[in-house]
Design a protein around this ligand. Structure first.
Ligand code: ATP
Ligand code: MG
Length: 243
């Protein structure tokens, strides 16, 4: 197994008007390539804070974070933004699509920060991820013309378009009815089978069990770390060349 993310003694403290909140307290965690992780725990235990650090939206108050080989613990905001645009795909509970851009334009957005792609390459990438989430037929629609489930599938496409090293999802099914939630979870199952690395925050026990590894937090700490043996990807045996 190859470590994609290594957290050593990560803590995060927020200071607001003389109140100090220790949102994360000495987190140690290794996430391997290809893992599908669920992160649960009661409200306020630090799940979103941990996801923001993993996604380089914020930096830790103490400790070390390695993404691949690189130490990304104490980068500037701009350095974090660059790595984030290249390596991280985010999916939020409230979809966060831009209302005056079409589906196609929303999904294309992360690619516009990448230099060196031709227009044809951009079109090809966007169309291929839209096909993957079964939204190619809606590419000229605006977000307000789509159902919540469709908007979330577009948001997943936007997260995928850069071929990120990891997909981070904070309650991705929290605003969806059960049918649409299932469609998004099936999409994550499929991405996991194809080798994607995913970390999903969820309140729902049944959704959490879809992951290959279930983490639980309490009061800023990781208190459970269970491998889900039923949900491992089927790894193809390595065939060694003769001689
Ligand atoms: N920007 C911030 N400034 C001050 N305190 C914060 C900030 N962000 C989070 N916190 C505090 O850190 C703690 C952890 O918050 P976090 O949002 O990570 O919880 P959570 O597990 O995602 O909860 P929920 O399930 O309700 O989304 C909470 O006590 C919260 O009030
Ligand atoms: Mg949260």
């Amino acid at each position: 197994m190859t470590a994609l993310i290594t957290l050593n003694n990560i803590s995060k403290t927020f200071l607001t008007e003389e109140i100090e909140t220790r949102a994360l307290n000495n987190i140690n965690l290794v996430i391997n390539k290809g893992e599908y992780i669920s992160l649960s725990g009661q409200s306020g235990c630090g799940k979103s804070t941990l996801l923001s650090l993993l996604g380089l939206l914020d930096s830790p108050s103490a400790g070390h974070y390695h993404l691949g080989e690189a130490d990304v613990s104490s980068l500037t905001r701009n350095q974090r933004a660059k790595i984030r645009s290249e390596q991280i795909g985010f999916v939020f509970q409230s979809f966060n699509l831009i209302s005056d851009l079409t589906v196609f334009e929303n999904v294309m957005l992360p690619l516009t920060y990448q230099s060196g792609l031709s227009k044809a390459e951009i079109v090809e990438k966007v169309e291929s991820v839209l096909a993957k989430v079964d939204m190619a037929h809606r590419k000229s629609h605006y977000p307000s013309q789509l159902s919540g489930g469709q908007q979330q599938r577009v948001a997943v496409a936007r997260a995928l378009v850069n071929d990120p090293a990891i997909i981070l999802a904070d309650e991705p099914t929290g605003n969806l009815d059960s049918k649409n939630a299932e469609a998004v979870l099936q999409l994550f199952d499929q991405l996991h089978q194809e080798g994607a690395t995913i970390c999903m925050v969820t309140h729902d026990a049944a959704s959490a069990k879809r992951a290959s590894r279930c983490l639980e937090m309490f009061d800023g700490q990781l208190i459970k770390d269970n491998i889900n043996h039923d949900r491992q990807t089927i790894l193809k045996p390595v065939v060694l060349a003769a001689g």
